[in-house]
Design a protein around this ligand. Structure first.
Ligand code: ZN
Length: 142
């Protein structure tokens, strides 16, 4: 099953190993700057807020709101063609960071339409297992 996954697969690196390990366990983890207290995404050793090297990992609540979205009808590459139409989005995590993701399990079923989504709507993280080691965080309306 997992060997049939044809889309590009994230490659964990030193700075993101924990992120992917936790995602596989169904948890969303973020890096936080210990100097100014801001959480940030994507995970990296030096904070983007004040370039501090004093950072730590925190477990996110998994709650977010919809910041913006686009419904993709024509896949950017062939590997995504059978998913179209699908919803790409930027969500604002409860801890503050913005995160690019997909919106899934949209109420009403059928194809996604703008009427089924609204800016500011409440979302929660769900994970799609794609390989033996990778699960992708996506968000669904609550
Ligand atoms: Zn900072």
């Amino acid at each position: 099953m997992t060997t049939q996954y044809k889309k590009p697969i994230p490659v964990p690196q030193g700075e993101s190993d924990v992120y992917w390990q936790k995602a596989k366990q169904g948890e969303l983890w973020l890096r936080k700057c210990d100097d100014c207290g801001k959480a940030y995404f994507y995970p990296r050793d030096i904070s983007p807020c004040c370039f501090s090297k004093k950072t730590s990992w925190i477990k996110a609540s998994g709650k977010a709101t919809l910041h913006t979205f686009a419904i993709v009808h024509r896949a950017p590459i062939a590997a995504f063609a059978e998913d179209a139409p699908f919803v790409t989005a930027i969500v604002e995590l409860e801890e503050g960071p913005m995160m690019p993701t997909h919106i899934v399990e949209i109420s009403g079923g059928g194809e996604p339409t703008p009427e089924k989504l609204s800016i500011g709507m409440s979302l929660e993280v769900v994970f799609e297992d794609i390989t033996d080691t990778i699960a992708l965080p996506k968000f669904k309306p609550v």
